[in-house]
Design a protein around this ligand. Structure first.
Ligand SMILES: O=C(O)CCC(=O)C(=O)O
Length: 291
């Protein structure tokens, strides 16, 4: 296989190499790949509205309004949103989308590897609701939270138009070049944040201040590709619609670090980061300061 060829242009490769993140506009066929996922969400919403006998009116499916009624649904009971969140990642169109060959090709092209892998438990659909902080990801790198290979990639794309008010993801440009930052495993201020959500960069404020930041807006069909070592965080959703987005994590089976520990996963695989990378975990007695 010629690992030099692939979907990214030389300019896009250069951007990725320099910034650790690249935005590919209208990369996916919206009608073929994105709409079936939106349709699946719409169907599951319909089932939950019926199951809980909610007086929520749902219009026939349209890609722009597939989540109509979601805000009302979680206002009745936030637990309904959690039920939907767990369910949507099992929509067949989404699982097919995760294993899209274009993702294999990008991993192969960027990492010059012909053995790409999909990180088990590393794909899902986020629903970031207005003014909700519990599930907001703080500044972090995906590597400690995912493992599998040091040089993995995240494919991030949205199911709704991501405008500044609903909190585009923020990225620290070039941060991937400095490698993994040790993490605190307990959140400094919010005890509600647990597992991967609780991970907190050591000296986060000083670290992120070293890099220029961007928060790209996006449309369904766009994809943002980022390096496992790129520091990023969820934006703040101050709008009146939930930000629905998909994350698919790929890794490289040929990476000697991942190969060394048998491509283990991290939190979602029930593995303790300190058991794989003790040097990346800040001892509990060292106090953490919030950024
Ligand atoms: O979509 C977001 O808010 C953040 C996603 C994220 O942090 C990730 O994919 O690692």
């Amino acid at each position: 296989m010629n690992t030099q060829s692939g979907p990214l242009t030389p300019e896009q490769l250069e951007t990725f190499d320099r910034d650790g993140v690249v935005v590919l506009k209208q990369f996916y066929d919206r009608a073929k790949l994105i709409e079936p996922i939106q349709r699946g969400v719409h169907q599951l919403m319909g089932l939950l509205i019926k199951k809980y006998n909610l007086s929520i009116r749902q219009s026939p499916f349209a890609p722009e309004t597939f989540d109509e009624g979601y805000q009302e649904m979680i206002a009745v009971n936030r637990r309904y949103g959690s039920e939907l969140y767990d369910a949507v990642k099992m929509i067949p169109a989404f699982v097919r989308f995760c294993a899209n060959e274009a993702h294999d090709e990008i991993l192969s092209q960027i990492r010059k590897s012909d053995v790409p892998g999909i990180a088990a438990g590393g794909y899902g659909i986020r629903i970031d609701s207005p003014h909700e902080d519990k599930f907001r990801a703080e500044w972090h790198q995906d590597y400690p939270a995912q493992l599998r290979s040091y040089d993995g990639l995240v494919f991030w794309s949205s199911l709704v138009r991501v405008t500044p008010d609903i909190g585009p993801v923020e990225f620290c440009l070039g941060s991937h070049k400095d490698g993994p930052v040790p993490v605190h495993t307990t959140h400094p201020t919010n005890p509600e944040k647990t597992g991967a959500y609780a991970l907190y960069l050591q000296n986060a404020e000083e670290v992120v201040a070293r890099y220029p930041q961007i928060a790209p807006t996006s449309e369904p069909g766009d994809v943002i590709v980022l390096d496992y070592q790129t520091i990023h965080r969820s934006g703040f959703n101050c709008g009146n619609r939930s930000r629905w987005s998909m994350q698919i994590r790929y890794f490289n089976y040929c990476d000697p670090i991942g190969l060394g520990y048998g491509w283990k996963g991290s939190f979602s695989a029930g593995v303790k980061l300190q058991d794989v990378h003790p040097e990346l975990v800040v001892p509990v007695e060292q106090k953490c300061r919030a950024a």
